[in-house]
Design a protein. Structure first.
Lengths: 474, 160
């Protein structure tokens, strides 16, 4: 009876063809795909739960997120799990992409699997961006601004694209409803459909097995033969269920537990003040986009507008064309040292850029606090006046002094080329053309200029390695 | 053409026509903002009395946005305005011309700072540093006979 019911619902076919199939032995790290599927499922469950309370009207969206976070029983945890699994999903997805670059996972017969994967890659990135716009706080509205401005740089149709994404002549409720539809309906529907196709193709063409790395494999036929031999071998093959399943499932569980622990410990992401176009604000993208932000900050003005449309498009087209461009027969890391090096360098670059974004040395910002004077250092009355003027004239909006303050301009106590009093005066009043500094000519009186110069020269004699705790006057 | 080929074309044709019956109206509805809001008529808004803006001083001023914009918190917008000469007003959008992050004016250095990628502009809206490749967006501004400053909200790009 039980078997009959199972048969009628197609479960027997699934059992025989999917669960009880032979596969080549699967190392744990091949569980990154299963991890992504698990994380997506977690995203769907937590996301659907939040839609029970979320309101996509610009007047109430922020309040509803606040309600989910602060009032709804377990709401904070649901939101925290959604957030942390989202970020980790982006990381695992990039890892999955890198692994297949190293393995040659796009080679015959997996070109289709790869192509669907590329589409999924960009859909997940869209999800990871559109999600935090729904919070409708300051971070959200400026994230939307950044995206709109990127679209505005597309030649010929820039303004049309802006209006299409914005939904109205200016950012507002129609923008939010669009991001909501994209995040909650359009992309999830496409993504879940593509995941189904991707998984079907993984079953059809198999995982990138070690058996394929041993010798050069040119055609899909050769791959199928090598794959089948390994899968059927008692030593090199195993059953998908439960052997392979247990191993890749362990990885998925471990990664989910990491996300869950972060959700428990760090909680949901901070909510900034409600979306507005009035307050002075220092918005920042979510941590999985830090590297991109740092990359943008390095762009020379002539290149920036070209980079915004070209980089994502080039990445997309490059990924799609990869199976056609790289037709070599080598698979596996040992035979693909160039790809191993490229992926290694990319990981280093991503981490380095992300850490750079945390420091953001390119950002100038008003700061009313004068730079501190080290403990036990007494400065003249003139220099003390100069210290106060240093912040009043906004010098510390860009310049650090003995490591205190912004790092747009050089640290004035640490500059290698020490200037004379006269040189400093000239520099402040009329900075050279190639220096990004405003001229103080006509704005800073002779007395104030003398005081500021005096303070800078005095600061250059401050003892080095001064810790923050030893400072006074902050 | 045999019967089978004709049937194949018929099935494909009916499928396509049905898809078009649903697809065309939904696509038009979804994409309509791209052309609906393209022609942008001037929309003048009161900014303040010209005398309330001290000569040479940069001020952050909040303007009311059109009522039909949904979202109460977004029915007003801050702009930066200053008066270089008696009868001249310059009004800037707060959007950085790089990626639209909100610029903040520093009265000390008389510079605008972008919080995102290092854009810095001087008081005249000219770029000093960072990736922006054009000066700050300026609103079309006029001083009425009654001494009131008005700006055209639609004189800057829609994302500014």
């Amino acid at each position: 009876m039980k078997k009959k019911i199972a048969e009628r619902f197609g479960a027997v076919t699934i059992k025989e063809n999917i669960l009880e199939r032979r596969v080549p032995k699967t190392p744990w790290y091949q569980g990154d795909g299963a991890t992504l599927t698990t994380l997506l499922l977690v995203q769907v469950i937590t996301g659907v739960t939040m839609t029970l309370y979320y309101t996509n009207s610009a007047d109430f969206a922020y309040d509803s997120v606040e309600y989910i976070t602060t009032t709804l029983p377990m709401g904070w945890l649901v939101r925290a799990i959604h957030f942390w699994t989202a970020g980790i999903m982006v990381v695992v997805m990039v890892g999955h992409f890198f692994r297949h670059l190293v393995m040659g996972g796009y080679k015959p017969p997996r070109e289709g699997t790869w192509t669907v994967g590329v589409l999924q890659f960009f859909l997940v990135l869209t999800m990871s961006f559109s999600g935090y716009v729904l919070r409708w706080d300051e971070r959200a509205i400026y994230a939307a601004h950044v995206l709109l401005n990127m679209f505005s740089k597309v030649p010929l149709i820039g303004e049309e694209l802006v209006l299409l994404v914005q939904g109205a002549p200016q950012i507002g409720s129609l923008t939010l409803t669009r991001f909501h539809s994209v995040h909650v309906l359009i992309v999830p529907l496409l993504l879940i459909g593509l995941v189904a196709v991707h998984l079907y193709l993984v079953i059809l063409h198999g995982i990138t097995a070690k058996a394929e790395h041993k010798r050069a494999i040119e055609t899909a036929g050769e791959q199928k033969k090598a794959y089948k031999e390994a899968a059927q071998s008692p030593e090199r093959g195993e059953w998908f269920y439960p052997e392979a399943n247990a191993r890749i499932g362990t990885m998925a569980l471990a990664v989910f537990l990491l996300a869950f622990s972060l959700a428990l410990v760090a909680g949901p992401p901070q909510l900034y003040p409600e979306a507005n176009l009035v307050r002075s604000s220092m918005p920042q993208e979510e941590w999985w986009f830090w590297w991109y932000s740092a990359l943008i900050a390095q762009l020379p003005p002539a290149m920036a507008p070209i980079f915004y449309p070209v980089f994502p498009l080039a990445l997309f087209v490059g990924m799609l064309l990869l199976p056609i461009l790289d037709r070599g027969s080598n698979r596996g890391p040992r035979k693909r040292p160039v790809w191993v090096a490229a992926v290694g360098l990319s990981i280093i670059a991503l981490l380095w850029l992300s850490s750079l974004r945390v420091q953001s040395p390119w950002t100038g910002w008003p700061d009313s606090r004068p730079p501190p004077v080290p403990e036990q250092v007494v400065i003249s009355e003139k220099a003390e006046k100069g210290r106060l003027l240093f912040s009043r004239y906004g010098c510390n909006s860009c310049h650090a002094l003995a490591s205190h303050g912004r790092k747009v301009g050089p640290d004035l106590a640490r500059i290698e080329h020490r200037m004379s009093q006269k040189e400093l005066r000239t520099f402040i009043l009329n900075p050279p053309d190639d220096v990004s500094m405003p001229s103080y000519q006509g704005r800073m009186g002779a007395d104030d200029l003398e005081r500021v110069v005096e303070f800078v020269l005095v600061a250059q004699t401050f003892p080095r390695r001064t810790g923050q705790g030893e400072q006074k006057g902050q | 053409m045999n019967r089978r080929t004709m049937m194949k074309w018929l099935v494909k044709g009916i499928g396509l026509v049905t898809a078009a019956m649903v697809g065309i109206p939904t696509m038009i509805a979804a994409f309509s903002p791209s052309w609906l809001h393209r022609s942008r008529r001037s929309r003048w808004r009161f900014l303040g009395a010209v005398d309330s803006l001290p000569l040479g001083e940069m001020r952050k001023i909040v303007v009311a946005l059109p009522d039909e914009e949904w979202g109460e918190a977004l029915r007003q917008k801050a702009v930066y305005a200053w008066r270089p000469a008696e009868r001249q007003v310059i009004v800037y959008s707060r959007s950085c011309t790089d990626l639209g992050c909100p610029l903040t004016f520093d009265p000390g250095s008389q510079c605008f700072f972008c919080p995102c990628h290092g854009g810095i502009f001087d008081k005249n809206g000219e770029r000093l540093a960072g990736p922006p490749n054009r000066p700050m967006y300026r609103y079309a501004a006029r001083i009425t006979e009654g001494g009131e400053i008005e700006i055209d909200l639609n004189s800057v790009p829609p994302m500014a």
